[in-house]
Design a protein around this ligand. Sequence first.
Ligand code: RIB
Ligand code: CA
Length: 311
Amino acid sequence: MKPIFIDCDTGVDDALAILAALQSPQVEVLGISTVAGNVEADAAFRNTLAVLELVSADSIPVAKGMEAPLTRTLTTAKEVHGESGLGNLTLPDVAGKGMTEHGVDFLIRTVKQSDRPVTLVLLGPLTNMAVALKKDPSIANNIAELVIMGGADAAGGNVTPVAEFNIYVDPEAARIVLESGLPTRLVTWDVCLDAWLTEAELKELEQSAEPAANVAHELIQFLRTLYNKDHSALSDPAAMCALLDESVIESESLPIEVETAGTVTRGMTVIDTRPFATIPVTNDARPRVQVARKLYRERFAAVFMNALMRK
Ligand code: RIB
Ligand code: CA
């Protein structure tokens, strides 16, 4: 089992990714830090605790992190995730639950105390991760990999024509994290558009004996109703499933930069896909990360469903 630590802004798709991780024999969830993003910090914290409670996984430690981006005012996405951030889900009372330790300190402590390098799965704005790297750069010595849901390439963004939400909310944090030099896999909005489930697959989740599968079905139905489409992009589950099974996604090492000065282009991930860009040259100071270029939907569905249904 691979030790992982999740940082998220629990909204609907974060919850789906957490459920898949909890149910998967591939990974051990060491802990979760929450960050302001889809919803305000308190709501993301509450929602994460609620998801764990719903599937009797409330032994997983959760700590609340940063309440706002590094320099900008918070942009939320309640129009996508609903007022609570978890669609129409009836939430259990989690008052008084969770840790009092700050989420950034919890992330740092968990990484440093792990006896094996930790894979960090970053599913929200990268504020917590950026602050953690600044506060204690030594955590880099025990991080196996960053798996990040974020960024947009040729398909364009979901907040603006060029920016994806997690990067748009905190471009300064994204630049710090992507320039860290840590092994990084970036699961972009582009490939998440291919991460969806068919009617038959959803029916299977609905009829499963696994509470996690039933909760996932209800959350996905909320997204489909909202989008009034069959193919609502399951972004955070795509990133989590890319970790659970590397064959879900094809990636390529590419130079990347984050636009922080632009107004129209705020949060744009400038990924250089030009043919010669794939040739590392000595004077190219741009960070290079593994950028997802293709997601295999059937493989994604199999990995996601099998995890949720413990198959
Ligand atoms: O752009 C999609 C991403 O932004 C997802 O992680 C979603 O949960 C929001 O955080
Ligand atoms: Ca998210």
